[in-house]
Write a protein that binds this ligand. Sequence first.
Ligand SMILES: Nc1nc2c(c(=O)[nH]1)N[C@H]1C(S)=C(S)[C@@H](COP(=O)(O)O)O[C@H]1N2
Ligand SMILES: [Mo]
Length: 240
Amino acid sequence: MPTPAASSDGAPIGRRVVLAMLGLGALGIVTGSKVQRGLEWALAPILARDGSGLAGLLPVSRFRIYSVTGQTPLRDATTYRLVVDGMVDSTLELNLADLRALPPTRLVRDFQCVTGWRVPDVPWVGVTVGDLIDRAGVQPGAVGVRFYSYDGLYTESLTMEQARRRDVLVAYDMENRAVPPIHGGPVRLYVAPMYGYKSLKWLERIEVTSQTPPVGYWANRGYDQDAWVGRSNGRRDEAT
Ligand SMILES: Nc1nc2c(c(=O)[nH]1)N[C@H]1C(S)=C(S)[C@@H](COP(=O)(O)O)O[C@H]1N2
Ligand SMILES: [Mo]
């Protein structure tokens, strides 16, 4: 969050990324264009190997692109699996087609990072976390839900009550197309009422738990566990 896709090892600027950026500049990318959408996907393998942090500066999105590992982990949409486990009657393993076959929830909401940037009116489509955990069968005594990313580092958690809100989604579409790899695709979390850091990218596992300790990459670094927009983190959004 402090720096986009920060490089931990001070890696030199990736040459291919510079070339890609020059190319984008020359094309005069327009937000929402088909060219841009193709590039989001085309660039993913390049950005996946780049440790320079330049991914966060690429003009491929209305969003800034964050990855605490400095990488874009790639998972093929055809082999992707989401596991729902923990205190459930039966563990679920769902592929993208399974997710898309479930009743969808559509939202158009702002996306706001605690550092001050905000993207207004983002269309999202996905399955509510509540619907998913109910399919698995939540056992008595479960009070929390944890989320794991296949970047190997990022985690998040919500109370059961928060996780069951109808505006908390396992999202597979954003901005009217499949979630691209740089934004956490094929599947990311979208927690509409909270700051962006709750919306974990590259989601691979949802665990129903008996506890809700502050488990989260940024919560472990001093940010609020309950990250309500406008009502947390010292009301940082007033600075925008
Ligand atoms: N796995 C993972 N998820 C993440 C992050 C991250 O670094 N890694 N950054 C978070 C933060 S701070 C924000 S604001 C949003 C940014 O989403 P975007 O990169 O799609 O713009 O992702 C959130 N989810
Ligand atoms: Mo953020």
